[in-house]
Design a protein around this ligand. Structure first.
Ligand code: MSP
Length: 465
């Protein structure tokens, strides 16, 4: 089972959200190739004051507002060529109902209290005095001053779980990737206080009501993190054999929630911790943070519409590091598209052409992945695994240049045909290895080289303007 973070629906999808979806999709497709029955969970995070305020600005009824935005996110996922198995909305009755049951199951670890301190609405996060001081009172991610809160609420007793979480992370029972994020988080964990897990309804009215206390709604992160469980029907349904998730994909800004409160909730529920938290970096544009105030926000649809979603996937899954910040620039994107056209596009075109002229029979689809590739995929090192698959295409191109099948054919027709068939088999292998990243391209290649008689595609895979 692989999961993505569920984005807030206060705005439209951006490049950062795409990273979550693409990483999860590549992993999910890889495990499907291995014959596993993969669950791919995604969804939308629809509660909290930030979203409520946006709906007020839009003049729309809050439920209508989130309905519209959730549909935009669902379309976005599909437009990225991503195939999920389940997509939950936190404003759905199913989620709210199960979320309340989860809260009740955590009762022994919850107590009433009062929170006096700082809050960042952009992060929907409580901010310690140290963080406040370190950042001069302004959230570095949202460029907004922290808000002062003084309110009655409920707390989750982190002290009940801290030692177990620490051990699980240190021993990699809960593996945080990359390793530097694990170290960063372990430093944070040492000082983690009990966490406020509710807000008064008179301040935040858009949320899941706390069971048996109508004056409070759940803190939006408790509600949101529960999605990974409510999606599979917990606690009403038996999740044995499904739980725990193999990989949970998160951005670096939300690792602390997924490595802190989330494991605490799971331990409180008596459930196993996820196996891996794969943490990706941020998307920057021309080396700068992408932000509305800088005015450098790139609309993902502009990128998708330029050369199609496979070119988008190629850029962000191969040229962007899986775990570091990923820089986007139009120049780099155009160069990466040319690479696609020159390496994979040309290979398919010229080899299919040679095979067609020489009447080569369709080849069988490849089924076996290389061990080296699998090691990288198993370690969630996706960009390098993609490079590995890419090198296969480069090697076949090189072989064609060096072994010159057209010359071999002239000398010895049978040997020439044998060579073409062998190269076409190699292309099938390449198609299998790029499938997790470029599923549509992979399917097209398998169709071109897998029909009775290999023939040239009607249109090039990656047309140049
Ligand atoms: N709603 C929470 C997640 C709850 S998961 C139980 C949230 N939403 S978000 O919309 O702010 O972010 C969703 C995902 O997008 C997160 O993984 C986040 O790290 C990622 N990104 C948001 N901005 C980003 C960039 N600029 N670049 C890359 N990813 C970033 O957090």
């Amino acid at each position: 089972m692989v999961t993505t973070a569920i984005p807030y629906v206060n705005g439209n999808p951006h490049l950062g959200h795409a990273i979550d979806y693409l990483l999860a999709d590549a992993l999910s497709r890889y495990h499907s190739i291995l014959g596993e029955n993969v669950r791919f969970l995604t969804g939308t995070d629809e509660h909290g004051s930030k979203i409520y305020k946006k709906s007020l600005e839009s003049g729309k009824d809050i439920q209508d507002f989130v309905d519209e935005k959730a549909a935009v996110f669902q379309k976005f996922i599909t437009d990225l060529g991503v195939e999920y198995t389940s997509n939950i909305r936190t404003s759905s009755e199913k989620h709210k109902n199960l979320c309340q049951k989860i809260w009740q199951k955590l009762n022994d670890h919850i107590y009433q209290g009062r929170y006096e301190g700082w809050y960042c609405e952009g992060c929907e996060g409580y901010i310690s005095q140290k963080e406040y001081d370190d950042n001069g009172g302004i959230c570095p991610d949202h460029q907004k001053p922290y808000e002062k809160l003084a309110e009655d609420n409920y707390y989750l007793r982190m002290a009940d779980f801290k030692d177990k979480i620490k051990t699980a992370i240190e021993n990699d029972g809960l593996l945080i990737l990359p390793n530097k994020r694990k170290k960063e988080f372990l430093n944070l964990l040492a000082d983690i206080p009990d966490v406020s897990i509710s807000r008064p309804k008179d301040k935040v009215m858009w949320g899941v009501s706390v069971p048996d206390d109508d004056s409070q709604v759940m803190y939006v992160w408790i509600d949101a993190l529960s999605n990974y469980l409510t999606q599979i029907g917990y606690p009403d349904e038996n999740i044995e054999g499904i739980w725990p998730p193999d990989v949970q994909i998160v951005g670096k800004d939300i690792l602390r929630f997924h490595a802190g409160i989330w494991p605490a909730m799971l331990l409180g529920l008596g459930l196993e911790l996820p196996k891996v938290l794969l943490t990706h970096g941020f998307v920057t544009v021309d080396g700068q943070k992408m932000s509305k105030s800088i005015g450098n926000v790139v609309d993902p649809y502009e990128v998708i519409n330029k050369h199609g979603c496979e070119a988008f996937r190629h850029y962000f899954l191969r040229h962007a590091s899986t775990t570091e910040d990923a820089d986007f620039s139009w120049d780099k994107f155009e160069a990466s598209y040319l690479e696609l056209a020159n390496v994979i596009g040309n290979l398919v075109q010229r080899l299919a052409n040679l095979c067609m002229k020489n009447d080569i029979d369709g080849r069988k689809k490849a089924t076996d992945l290389d061990l080296d590739f699998m090691v990288m995929m198993n370690e969630c090192d996706l960009s390098h695994a993609f490079d590995y698959a890419w090198e296969k295409a480069q090697k076949i191109n090189k072989r064609i240049d060096e072994e010159k099948p057209w010359a071999v054919l002239k000398e010895d027709e049978n040997a020439g045909k044998k060579l073409l068939a062998e190269l076409a088999d190699e292309v099938m292998k390449m198609a299998l290895h790029v499938k997790p990243f470029l599923p549509e391209t992979s399917n097209k290649i398998e169709a071109i080289f897998g029909t009775d008689k290999i023939s040239v595609p009607e249109a090039p895979l990656f047309p140049k303007d």
